[in-house]
Write a protein that binds this ligand. Sequence first.
Ligand SMILES: Nc1ncnc2c1ncn2[C@@H]1O[C@H](COP(=O)(O)OP(=O)(O)OP(=O)(O)O)[C@@H](O)[C@H]1O
Length: 652
Amino acid sequence: MSDIQIINTDSNNSLTTAIDNLDSNEDIREISAATSSTNLINWGTVSLAWENLSYSIKNRKIVENASGVVKPGECMAILGPSGAGKSTLLDLLAGRKDHKNVSGQIYLNGRPGQIKYVSTYVMQEDAIMEVLTVRENIQFAADLCFPASYSDAERRTRVQDIITEFGLDRVADSKIGSMFIRGVSGGEKRRASIATQVITLPKIIFLDEPTTGLDSAASYNVMKAILQMTQKHKLTVIASIHQPSTETYSLFDKLCILGRGRTLYLGGREEAIRYFENLGHKVPNNSNPADHFLDLINSDFLTDKADAEKYLSEFVNGFEGSEAYEVMKSEINNLIEKHKGDRDTRKISSKTTERYQQSFMRQTYILIIRCFKNALRNILLFWSRVILYVCLGLLMGTAWWKVGFHQTSIFERLTTLYFSIAFLSFMSTAGIPGFLEERYLFQRERANRFYSVGPYVLANTLVSIPFICIITISFACVMYPTVELHSGFDRVAIFTGILFLSLLAAESMVVLIASIFPQFISALCMAAFFNGFWMMSAGYIVRPPDIPAGWKWAHYMDYQKYAYEAIIYNDLSGLTFNCEKLSNETGGGIKQYNCYYGDKSGSSAQFSGEDVLRDLGYDSVKIWLWAIMLVVIMIVCRILFYIILRVRRAPS
Ligand SMILES: Nc1ncnc2c1ncn2[C@@H]1O[C@H](COP(=O)(O)OP(=O)(O)OP(=O)(O)O)[C@@H](O)[C@H]1O
């Protein structure tokens, strides 16, 4: 019987299964559900072993013939010089590499298995919301990934426990901190980030360089917290690490030392000193053993390639002929032998087959609360835009102060309205940094199966609505009365409503672009490019009849066209404009008035807004239909956003 015990949380019936023979997707899905829902529960322990693991790219062996074992309660460090293959080995063990380039075996409790369903991979970069407190971040993670059967009190207790385990009590209610808010220290931030990702106590934890960027004291505290958790909960932990200090090094139980993808040593940390001493490389007194090993095996600076190969091969051969190697091999064999008779014992109850802990609606609700808090506190996301738009409203108000009803005001009205749509839409790009930060967190949490794409997209969409509403109203309140556009509640309401829908469409387009181009500069460039493109085809810079036939499609796809035409129609219809007076005399063919629109015979002193709309070709605009078009464009962008997130995986 396997060590892996899965408890059915819904029925409280104990089910036992082995994580093996998971050939069909159905099985994988079931195990995934069961394991993630029971990580916190009495689930047994998992040992990880690998044999003859190799990984090649373009005929180059990045990891070669690696074998090893890590048992529950052990914390192993993967050490090696830069480019030795530490991250690659970690990724291989975590099942994050393309199978077609991988050979060898990975065993969970001595049996082949699907590792990603019993493990968590903690990446180097912090994945945490900077404007939330340490406790809020951990609490949201707990709300998302604990089984629904857990009460609020149980979740809070577990959150407090992990805060204490990671030594974060003192800063539990401090914000993480961003460029605008002074927050916790780098080490505390790293610990909080790790805590949010391992709160379910996955049986195996992979950490990619968890101490990168931290000073030695902070690194020590991070590793100590991880080690305490490893021992307390009998977890299996593997971390790649770059030059640990003596104190940090002393926390590891095991070492795997790599050189150019080959295993130069794998075994106990303390035994490593004796092992290298036997090879004639005694660790000098009062020196850091990790530094000594790394100096010893670093062949990068041997100019002759053959010499470097020979030098490393001596270590590889030395290890393969050593007692440490025999111990490792017999540990792997014992595990395989012990679990030889294990069979996939039972089908897991259908009640445990949900992939996520919370229902779709509950995931959406939790994410809405979190996104809302983030948007409320994250100055970059919306508030910077509110300030910007109010300033812009003031600027426009002073530039086009009370435009009036002379025919020359028509040009000013068209320009003001076009500028309102085009520039405000353009400024949606200000939300890119905040969105990218949130997207990064989404990728990490999705990879750890906290929630699915649908709830995230829905939460992101719904939360943007009230904030864009605030932005639109604050701009309209300043600009509309100062420019003195068409008065009346209904006119103001239509202007604000159309601007609001246009900004929603612009926002949807920006998040879509940023999801396709997730690096800040490329997202910014592409968003600017598309905004420029829509500005050009909206019908103001190039009048609709003059748009070349080959570009007509862009005009009809352009959300700015619908917004611009709708607010022009809203403003001009029902108004009367005065023509330029040329002469007081009448008769004899003398032109009394010069009218830009309407009756141009010279006898008419005024023309209507409808005349202007007809001349410009906007007389067939239907405001409600154009508003629907804006909603359709927004929905299409959001659906594409969903599809992009679904098909795009987090970079490994
Ligand atoms: N996808 C890839 N294509 C080509 N070469 C790769 C790829 N992935 C890794 N490598 C190469 O494999 C070697 C090992 O890379 P890896 O990132 O695992 O090393 P590392 O020990 O983690 O290095 P560092 O400590 O500098 O992060 C490097 O020489 C790297 O250039």
